[in-house]
Design a protein around this ligand. Structure first.
Ligand code: KG4
Ligand code: ZN
Length: 338
Protein backbone atom coordinates (compact mmCIF):
# COMPACT_ATOMS: atom_id res chain seq x y z
CA UNK A 1 0.00 0.00 0.00
CA UNK A 2 1.45 3.37 -1.07
CA UNK A 3 0.66 6.33 1.17
CA UNK A 4 1.30 10.00 0.44
CA UNK A 5 1.85 11.55 3.89
CA UNK A 6 1.68 15.18 4.91
CA UNK A 7 3.02 16.91 8.04
CA UNK A 8 2.58 20.61 8.81
CA UNK A 9 1.88 20.83 12.54
CA UNK A 10 4.70 23.19 13.49
CA UNK A 11 7.56 24.73 11.52
CA UNK A 12 8.45 21.96 9.06
CA UNK A 13 6.41 21.37 5.93
CA UNK A 14 6.93 17.76 4.90
CA UNK A 15 5.52 15.31 2.38
CA UNK A 16 6.63 11.68 2.12
CA UNK A 17 5.74 8.56 0.18
CA UNK A 18 5.78 5.41 2.31
CA UNK A 19 5.08 1.83 1.31
CA UNK A 20 3.40 -0.61 3.71
CA UNK A 21 4.33 1.45 6.74
CA UNK A 22 7.98 0.53 6.64
CA UNK A 23 9.62 1.57 3.37
CA UNK A 24 10.29 5.27 2.69
CA UNK A 25 10.14 5.92 -1.05
CA UNK A 26 10.54 9.68 -0.66
CA UNK A 27 10.83 12.13 2.20
CA UNK A 28 10.66 15.80 1.18
CA UNK A 29 10.98 18.44 3.85
CA UNK A 30 11.15 22.22 3.94
CA UNK A 31 12.18 23.74 7.24
CA UNK A 32 11.14 27.22 8.33
CA UNK A 33 13.52 27.26 11.27
CA UNK A 34 15.77 30.01 9.85
CA UNK A 35 12.78 32.30 9.45
CA UNK A 36 11.39 31.80 12.97
CA UNK A 37 14.88 32.15 14.43
CA UNK A 38 14.59 35.91 13.78
CA UNK A 39 11.79 36.00 16.37
CA UNK A 40 13.26 33.52 18.86
CA UNK A 41 10.40 31.05 18.39
CA UNK A 42 7.71 29.90 15.98
CA UNK A 43 5.34 32.66 14.84
CA UNK A 44 2.11 30.74 14.11
CA UNK A 45 0.78 33.04 11.39
CA UNK A 46 4.05 32.99 9.48
CA UNK A 47 4.22 29.20 9.85
CA UNK A 48 0.76 28.78 8.26
CA UNK A 49 1.62 31.03 5.31
CA UNK A 50 4.91 29.28 4.66
CA UNK A 51 3.20 25.87 4.77
CA UNK A 52 0.78 27.03 2.06
CA UNK A 53 3.66 28.27 -0.09
CA UNK A 54 5.69 25.08 0.26
CA UNK A 55 3.21 22.23 0.32
CA UNK A 56 2.29 21.90 -3.38
CA UNK A 57 5.88 21.91 -4.63
CA UNK A 58 6.91 19.49 -1.89
CA UNK A 59 4.16 17.03 -2.80
CA UNK A 60 5.25 17.12 -6.46
CA UNK A 61 8.85 16.64 -5.39
CA UNK A 62 7.99 13.70 -3.11
CA UNK A 63 6.09 11.93 -5.92
CA UNK A 64 8.92 12.57 -8.36
CA UNK A 65 11.59 11.37 -5.90
CA UNK A 66 9.56 8.22 -5.23
CA UNK A 67 8.95 7.60 -8.93
CA UNK A 68 5.27 7.20 -8.14
CA UNK A 69 2.36 8.68 -10.11
CA UNK A 70 -0.73 10.18 -8.49
CA UNK A 71 -2.73 7.20 -9.72
CA UNK A 72 -0.43 4.78 -7.88
CA UNK A 73 -1.13 6.32 -4.47
CA UNK A 74 -3.58 4.27 -2.38
CA UNK A 75 -4.20 6.81 0.38
CA UNK A 76 -3.37 10.26 1.66
CA UNK A 77 -2.36 10.60 5.31
CA UNK A 78 -2.08 13.76 7.34
CA UNK A 79 -1.22 15.01 10.82
CA UNK A 80 -4.60 16.25 12.08
CA UNK A 81 -3.55 16.95 15.71
CA UNK A 82 -1.97 18.31 17.83
CA UNK A 83 -0.09 21.43 16.74
CA UNK A 84 -0.46 25.09 15.82
CA UNK A 85 -4.02 25.11 14.58
CA UNK A 86 -3.43 27.29 11.50
CA UNK A 87 -0.45 25.18 10.53
CA UNK A 88 -2.24 21.83 11.01
CA UNK A 89 -5.19 23.14 8.99
CA UNK A 90 -2.99 23.73 5.95
CA UNK A 91 -1.95 20.08 5.87
CA UNK A 92 -5.44 18.79 6.60
CA UNK A 93 -7.07 20.86 3.86
CA UNK A 94 -4.37 19.94 1.37
CA UNK A 95 -4.72 16.23 2.17
CA UNK A 96 -8.51 16.42 1.94
CA UNK A 97 -8.30 18.12 -1.44
CA UNK A 98 -5.87 15.52 -2.80
CA UNK A 99 -7.91 12.61 -1.43
CA UNK A 100 -11.10 14.04 -2.91
CA UNK A 101 -9.61 14.89 -6.29
CA UNK A 102 -7.85 11.54 -6.69
CA UNK A 103 -10.59 9.53 -4.96
CA UNK A 104 -8.22 8.03 -2.37
CA UNK A 105 -8.60 7.03 1.28
CA UNK A 106 -7.93 9.78 3.81
CA UNK A 107 -6.06 8.75 6.98
CA UNK A 108 -5.77 11.14 9.95
CA UNK A 109 -2.65 10.58 12.07
CA UNK A 110 -1.92 11.90 15.55
CA UNK A 111 1.46 13.65 15.45
CA UNK A 112 2.82 11.85 18.52
CA UNK A 113 1.75 8.46 17.20
CA UNK A 114 3.79 9.46 14.15
CA UNK A 115 6.85 10.19 16.27
CA UNK A 116 6.55 6.73 17.82
CA UNK A 117 6.24 5.18 14.33
CA UNK A 118 9.56 6.76 13.29
CA UNK A 119 10.97 3.73 15.10
CA UNK A 120 9.25 1.34 12.63
CA UNK A 121 11.18 3.05 9.83
CA UNK A 122 14.49 2.93 11.65
CA UNK A 123 14.09 -0.61 12.97
CA UNK A 124 12.28 -2.99 10.59
CA UNK A 125 12.24 -5.73 13.23
CA UNK A 126 10.50 -3.60 15.88
CA UNK A 127 6.89 -4.55 16.60
CA UNK A 128 4.62 -3.71 19.54
CA UNK A 129 4.39 -4.29 22.41
CA UNK A 130 7.12 -1.95 23.65
CA UNK A 131 7.56 1.05 25.89
CA UNK A 132 8.19 4.44 24.31
CA UNK A 133 9.59 7.61 25.84
CA UNK A 134 8.18 10.52 23.85
CA UNK A 135 10.17 13.71 24.34
CA UNK A 136 9.42 16.55 21.93
CA UNK A 137 9.03 20.31 21.99
CA UNK A 138 5.43 19.99 23.16
CA UNK A 139 5.16 16.55 24.79
CA UNK A 140 6.88 14.43 27.41
CA UNK A 141 5.26 11.06 28.00
CA UNK A 142 6.00 7.47 28.85
CA UNK A 143 3.73 5.34 26.70
CA UNK A 144 2.98 1.64 26.72
CA UNK A 145 2.58 0.81 23.02
CA UNK A 146 0.45 -2.32 23.33
CA UNK A 147 -0.29 -2.50 19.63
CA UNK A 148 0.19 -0.21 16.62
CA UNK A 149 -2.98 1.72 17.45
CA UNK A 150 -3.52 0.74 21.08
CA UNK A 151 -1.60 2.72 23.66
CA UNK A 152 -1.67 3.62 27.32
CA UNK A 153 -0.12 6.75 28.84
CA UNK A 154 1.82 5.64 31.92
CA UNK A 155 3.30 9.00 32.82
CA UNK A 156 3.29 12.53 31.51
CA UNK A 157 4.63 15.96 32.32
CA UNK A 158 2.31 17.97 34.53
CA UNK A 159 3.55 21.28 33.16
CA UNK A 160 6.29 22.06 30.59
CA UNK A 161 7.62 19.63 28.02
CA UNK A 162 11.31 18.73 28.19
CA UNK A 163 11.97 20.35 24.78
CA UNK A 164 10.34 23.59 25.88
CA UNK A 165 12.71 23.75 28.87
CA UNK A 166 15.77 23.04 26.72
CA UNK A 167 14.70 25.82 24.34
CA UNK A 168 13.96 28.33 27.09
CA UNK A 169 17.25 27.82 28.93
CA UNK A 170 19.18 27.87 25.64
CA UNK A 171 17.44 31.10 24.63
CA UNK A 172 18.36 32.84 27.88
CA UNK A 173 21.94 31.68 27.33
CA UNK A 174 21.83 33.44 23.95
CA UNK A 175 21.63 30.37 21.72
CA UNK A 176 19.55 30.57 18.53
CA UNK A 177 16.09 28.92 18.36
CA UNK A 178 15.48 26.01 18.72
CA UNK A 179 18.23 25.83 21.28
CA UNK A 180 17.99 22.20 22.43
CA UNK A 181 20.52 20.85 19.94
CA UNK A 182 22.93 23.78 20.51
CA UNK A 183 22.73 23.34 24.30
CA UNK A 184 23.46 19.64 23.86
CA UNK A 185 26.64 20.42 21.89
CA UNK A 186 27.84 23.08 24.34
CA UNK A 187 27.35 20.65 27.25
CA UNK A 188 30.12 18.42 25.92
CA UNK A 189 33.18 19.11 28.02
CA UNK A 190 31.23 20.79 30.82
CA UNK A 191 31.42 19.67 34.45
CA UNK A 192 27.90 18.72 35.45
CA UNK A 193 28.72 18.78 39.18
CA UNK A 194 29.57 22.47 39.11
CA UNK A 195 25.95 23.67 39.33
CA UNK A 196 23.27 21.99 41.43
CA UNK A 197 19.84 21.88 39.86
CA UNK A 198 16.71 20.31 41.37
CA UNK A 199 15.06 17.11 40.21
CA UNK A 200 11.54 17.61 41.57
CA UNK A 201 9.28 14.68 42.30
CA UNK A 202 5.71 15.16 41.26
CA UNK A 203 2.39 14.40 42.85
CA UNK A 204 0.49 11.16 42.94
CA UNK A 205 1.73 9.15 39.99
CA UNK A 206 5.47 8.45 40.36
CA UNK A 207 5.76 8.22 36.58
CA UNK A 208 4.48 11.77 36.07
CA UNK A 209 7.07 14.53 35.71
CA UNK A 210 7.32 18.25 36.36
CA UNK A 211 9.88 20.37 34.55
CA UNK A 212 8.84 23.92 35.42
CA UNK A 213 10.74 23.95 38.74
CA UNK A 214 13.92 22.79 37.04
CA UNK A 215 13.50 25.35 34.27
CA UNK A 216 12.91 28.19 36.77
CA UNK A 217 15.90 27.12 38.86
CA UNK A 218 18.17 27.21 35.80
CA UNK A 219 16.82 30.60 34.70
CA UNK A 220 17.22 32.04 38.22
CA UNK A 221 20.79 30.79 38.35
CA UNK A 222 21.57 32.53 35.03
CA UNK A 223 19.86 35.79 36.02
CA UNK A 224 21.54 35.80 39.43
CA UNK A 225 24.97 35.39 37.82
CA UNK A 226 24.18 38.34 35.53
CA UNK A 227 23.12 40.50 38.46
CA UNK A 228 26.23 39.85 40.52
CA UNK A 229 28.39 39.97 37.36
CA UNK A 230 29.66 36.48 37.92
CA UNK A 231 30.95 34.78 34.78
CA UNK A 232 28.96 31.66 34.07
CA UNK A 233 30.67 28.44 33.06
CA UNK A 234 28.17 27.85 30.25
CA UNK A 235 29.31 24.33 29.21
CA UNK A 236 29.06 23.20 32.85
CA UNK A 237 25.62 24.73 33.27
CA UNK A 238 24.47 23.03 30.05
CA UNK A 239 25.90 19.73 31.27
CA UNK A 240 24.14 20.14 34.66
CA UNK A 241 20.87 21.00 32.97
CA UNK A 242 21.02 18.08 30.51
CA UNK A 243 21.92 15.79 33.41
CA UNK A 244 18.96 17.04 35.46
CA UNK A 245 16.51 16.53 32.56
CA UNK A 246 17.91 13.06 31.99
CA UNK A 247 17.57 12.29 35.72
CA UNK A 248 13.91 13.31 35.53
CA UNK A 249 13.29 10.97 32.61
CA UNK A 250 15.48 7.90 32.85
CA UNK A 251 14.61 6.60 36.37
CA UNK A 252 10.91 6.92 35.50
CA UNK A 253 11.39 4.99 32.28
CA UNK A 254 13.23 2.35 34.31
CA UNK A 255 10.31 2.18 36.75
CA UNK A 256 7.88 1.83 33.84
CA UNK A 257 9.93 -0.98 32.28
CA UNK A 258 10.00 -2.81 35.60
CA UNK A 259 6.29 -2.27 36.27
CA UNK A 260 5.17 -3.47 32.82
CA UNK A 261 7.82 -6.13 32.31
CA UNK A 262 8.41 -4.81 28.78
CA UNK A 263 11.76 -5.77 27.34
CA UNK A 264 11.85 -3.24 24.50
CA UNK A 265 12.27 0.52 24.84
CA UNK A 266 11.90 2.99 21.97
CA UNK A 267 12.46 6.75 22.05
CA UNK A 268 10.68 9.39 19.99
CA UNK A 269 10.55 13.14 19.38
CA UNK A 270 13.12 15.90 18.87
CA UNK A 271 14.62 15.66 22.35
CA UNK A 272 15.36 11.98 21.69
CA UNK A 273 18.34 13.42 19.77
CA UNK A 274 19.89 14.55 23.07
CA UNK A 275 23.23 12.81 23.57
CA UNK A 276 23.04 12.69 27.36
CA UNK A 277 19.53 11.21 27.40
CA UNK A 278 20.49 8.65 24.75
CA UNK A 279 23.55 7.62 26.74
CA UNK A 280 21.69 7.32 30.05
CA UNK A 281 18.78 5.40 28.52
CA UNK A 282 21.16 2.94 26.85
CA UNK A 283 23.06 2.34 30.09
CA UNK A 284 19.86 1.87 32.07
CA UNK A 285 18.33 -0.50 29.50
CA UNK A 286 21.49 -2.55 29.32
CA UNK A 287 21.45 -3.04 33.11
CA UNK A 288 17.83 -4.20 32.92
CA UNK A 289 18.53 -6.48 29.96
CA UNK A 290 16.09 -4.50 27.78
CA UNK A 291 16.59 -3.73 24.10
CA UNK A 292 16.80 -0.01 23.39
CA UNK A 293 15.80 1.56 20.05
CA UNK A 294 17.24 5.01 19.40
CA UNK A 295 16.18 6.32 15.98
CA UNK A 296 18.73 8.31 13.95
CA UNK A 297 18.61 12.06 14.52
CA UNK A 298 16.96 12.60 11.12
CA UNK A 299 13.93 10.60 12.27
CA UNK A 300 13.71 12.18 15.75
CA UNK A 301 12.53 15.59 14.55
CA UNK A 302 9.35 16.31 12.60
CA UNK A 303 9.04 14.58 9.23
CA UNK A 304 6.29 13.14 7.06
CA UNK A 305 7.74 9.64 6.69
CA UNK A 306 6.78 8.88 10.30
CA UNK A 307 3.22 9.99 9.54
CA UNK A 308 3.13 7.69 6.50
CA UNK A 309 4.33 4.80 8.64
CA UNK A 310 1.71 5.20 11.37
CA UNK A 311 -0.96 5.85 8.74
CA UNK A 312 -0.55 2.34 7.36
CA UNK A 313 -1.39 0.82 10.74
CA UNK A 314 -4.25 3.27 11.30
CA UNK A 315 -5.64 2.17 7.93
CA UNK A 316 -5.37 -1.51 8.87
CA UNK A 317 -7.27 -0.68 12.09
CA UNK A 318 -10.03 0.98 10.06
CA UNK A 319 -9.18 4.51 11.18
CA UNK A 320 -9.92 6.47 8.02
CA UNK A 321 -11.86 9.73 7.69
CA UNK A 322 -14.15 11.50 5.28
CA UNK A 323 -14.31 15.10 4.15
CA UNK A 324 -15.63 16.08 7.60
CA UNK A 325 -12.09 15.65 9.00
CA UNK A 326 -11.04 18.64 11.10
CA UNK A 327 -7.73 19.80 12.57
CA UNK A 328 -7.20 20.06 16.34
CA UNK A 329 -4.68 22.10 18.30
CA UNK A 330 -4.85 19.63 21.16
CA UNK A 331 -5.92 16.01 21.24
CA UNK A 332 -4.84 13.10 23.40
CA UNK A 333 -2.75 10.38 21.78
CA UNK A 334 -5.64 8.08 22.67
CA UNK A 335 -7.86 10.08 20.31
CA UNK A 336 -9.93 12.00 22.87
CA UNK A 337 -10.43 15.74 22.36
CA UNK A 338 -8.88 17.61 25.27
O1 KG4 B 1 9.65 16.59 17.88
P1 KG4 B 1 10.13 17.92 17.50
O2 KG4 B 1 10.96 18.07 16.25
O3 KG4 B 1 8.96 18.94 17.38
C1 KG4 B 1 7.81 18.83 18.17
O4 KG4 B 1 6.90 18.05 17.81
O5 KG4 B 1 7.82 19.49 19.24
O6 KG4 B 1 10.98 18.45 18.76
C2 KG4 B 1 11.60 19.70 18.76
C3 KG4 B 1 12.31 19.86 20.09
C4 KG4 B 1 12.83 21.29 20.30
O7 KG4 B 1 12.46 21.70 21.58
C5 KG4 B 1 14.35 21.11 20.17
O8 KG4 B 1 15.09 22.05 20.89
C6 KG4 B 1 14.51 19.73 20.76
O9 KG4 B 1 13.45 19.00 20.18
N1 KG4 B 1 15.82 19.12 20.44
C7 KG4 B 1 16.73 18.81 21.38
C8 KG4 B 1 17.84 18.27 20.70
N2 KG4 B 1 17.56 18.26 19.36
C9 KG4 B 1 16.31 18.79 19.23
N3 KG4 B 1 16.72 18.95 22.73
C10 KG4 B 1 17.80 18.53 23.40
N4 KG4 B 1 18.90 18.00 22.82
C11 KG4 B 1 18.96 17.85 21.48
N5 KG4 B 1 20.06 17.31 20.90
ZN1 ZN C 1 7.03 16.68 16.61
Amino acid sequence: MIILAVESSCDETAVAVVQDGRKVLADAISSQVELHRLYGGVVPEIASRKHIEAIYTLADKALMDAGVTKAQIDAVAVTYAPGLIGAVLVGVNFAKAVALALDKHLIPVHHIRGHIAANYLAFPELKPPFLCLVVSGGHTMIIDVQDYTKMEILGTTLDDAAGECFDKVARVLGMPYPGGAALDKVAVGGDERKYQLPRPNSAKNPLDMSFSGLKTAALNLIHHAEQVREELDVPSLCASFSGAVSDMLVPRVKMALEATGRKKLAVAGGVAANSRIRRDLSAMAEKLGAEVYLPPLSLCGDNAAMIGSQAYYEYLAGNTAGMELNAYATKSILGETL
